[in-house]
Design a protein around this ligand. Structure first.
Ligand code: ATP
Ligand code: MG
Length: 150
């Protein structure tokens, strides 16, 4: 169906705003004032964005920042989830979208998870004709970008 991404992300942002306080994180979101409509499965897209935000919260220490942004550029919607967390080692970046892949370090012992969240994001986004990319710097943070055709 036709859905409004602005509306969908606003709902998600409200939910994560509440959680941010509990985790002592600074959550900000920057969404367009206009609707951004596209044909998509709202529950799946919502799941994809939540998986990214859940990771951002999980891998960012208290006091850190998480930001959600949406904008459109050359017939694409860009959804960006950026955090100031622990970051991902360069050597792992190519693998994090694989099923059951978790960065092998202290983080895996301290945080639960199966290593499925990002594999699910990738599958959902590709099913919508889009793509997901990441850039990250160890100990500085990570930025995940979802691109969806409009
Ligand atoms: P699950 O999502 O299944 O509960 P998970 O969070 O470990 O478990 P993914 O979401 O697929 O699995 O992420 C894979 C790995 O990538 C994580 O284990 C973590 O090491 C790393 N990672 C993902 N997102 C971030 C992030 N925002 N900052 C730092 N590392 C991340
Ligand atoms: Mg995860």
């Amino acid at each position: 169906p036709e859905i409004d991404l602005t509306d969908l992300l606003n709902t998600i942002a409200e939910e994560y705003q509440t959680q941010a306080k509990e985790k002592s994180l600074i959550f900000t979101f920057d969404l367009p004032t206009q609707p951004v409509t596209l044909s998509a499965e709202p529950n799946l897209l919502s799941q994809a964005v939540k998986n990214l935000l859940t990771n951002a919260y999980k891998y960012t220490p208290a006091g850190g920042k998480v930001q959600l942004r949406l904008f459109t550029r050359s017939r694409q919607a860009l959804i960006i989830v950026e955090d100031s967390g622990i970051g991902i080692p360069e050597a792992d970046l190519a693998h994090i979208f694989e099923r059951f892949y978790r960065v092998d370090s202290e983080r895996s012992r301290n945080t639960g998870g199966f290593g499925l969240g990002l594999a699910i994001v990738k599958q959902i986004i590709e099913a919508h004709g889009g793509k997901i990319t990441v850039s990250s710097k160890l100990k500085q943070g990570s930025t995940f970008t979802i691109q969806l055709p409009l």
